[in-house]
Ligand binder design. Structure first.
Ligand SMILES: Nc1ncnc2c1ncn2[C@@H]1O[C@H](COP(=O)(O)OP(=O)(O)OP(=O)(O)O)[C@@H](O)[C@H]1O
Length: 282
């Protein structure tokens, strides 16, 4: 249910949708000594990571090392799991999203999430899918502003030209790759400052994957992107910097190495990073 005290008006859209550049609201995100538990099992240990504005940061590492948990901590989704707890700070342009008095809805609106499996509302039209987050976030907009916003977000997600003539068709009628770009458009409609992506291409074919990667490259001027991927070529293609997570022999996950993507892949400092990026384990 929408909390009325949290109702806001949509920030203005460009006057020429799709053509005018969207003013950048990208924010820097910084994790400071983040630890996480499920029950009494610690799964992340004092992870610190700077994710600069207008850059793509890739989180890589073997299955189970805590990448998704870390990502979910970045927009306060971790706390939705009953047994979950955490310590540390997450700074969005310097202020902690976990500060007392900060609303969970604020973090969710500022820091969007795209999931592994495209999850559009299948019976809702494409138009309504794009706008779905506005209702949930208590954001008001008039008819013209909504029309402009739908065009703008579908354009930014790289889907407008494919669907402009069928906006009233259901979201479930699209291909998997198109559905994922629809989900990206839906995330963009609330004007997030950071977009988190949890293996966004793992359910997609190579052509759709390439299209989503192009979309990520186009978006990063306007929104900071943090992406979890198991695909090393993808990390190398899309990211500016890269963090290698590892949880060795039942110990909690830590970042072994973090730096510019070219360095992490080309001349890593730690032999474990070299082994992982060269496919020798994981
Ligand atoms: N809801 C949960 N309840 C209990 N333990 C969990 C839960 N979710 C994750 N875990 C555990 O936390 C650890 C980190 O899991 P997480 O999903 O963050 O790893 P990951 O690196 O994203 O893995 P993958 O690459 O396979 O998605 C794992 O040991 C996992 O079993």
């Amino acid at each position: 249910m929408t909390d009325l005290a949290d109702t806001v008006t949509l920030p203005p859209v460009p006057s020429v949708p799709g053509d005018a550049p969207v003013p950048s609201r990208a924010a820097a995100l910084e994790a400071d000594a983040v630890s996480a538990w499920f029950g009494d099992r610690k799964v992340l240990d004092r992870v610190s990571l700077a994710m600069p504005a207008r850059e793509v940061t890739a989180l890589i590492g073997p299955s189970g090392c805590g990448k998704s948990t870390f990502l979910r901590i970045l927009n306060r989704m971790h706390e939705l799991t009953g047994t979950a707890s955490l310590a540390g700070r997450v700074l969005l342009d310097g202020s902690d999203i976990y500060d007392r008095g900060r609303r969970i809805t604020h973090a969710r609106r500022e820091i969007g999430m795209v999931f592994q499996k495209p999850n559009p509302f299948p019976a809702m039209s494409l138009y309504e899918n794009v706008l779905a987050g506005l209702k949930l976030g208590g954001i008001r907009a008039g008819k013209d502003a909504k029309d402009d916003l739908v065009e703008e977000c579908l354009t930014r997600a790289g889907l407008w030209n494919e669907v402009r003539d069928r906006l009233r068709q259901p979201g479930g009628a699209l291909s998997g790759g198109q559905q994922q770009r629809l989900c990206i458009a839906r995330s963009l409609a609330v004007r997030p400052r950071v977009l988190l992506m949890d293996e966004p291409c793992s359910a997609l074919d190579p052509t759709s994957t390439r299209r989503v990667e192009e979309t990520i490259a186009e978006l990063k001027a306007e929104v900071t992107v943090v992406i979890v991927t198991h695909n090393m070529q993808q990390a190398a293609r899309v990211s500016d910097s890269c963090a290698f997570f590892l949880a060795e022999q039942g110990t909690p996950g830590v970042i072994v190495e973090h730096g510019p993507t070219a360095t992490v892949f080309g001349s890593p400092r730690d032999p474990r990073t070299a082994d992982y990026v060269n496919g020798r384990f994981g």
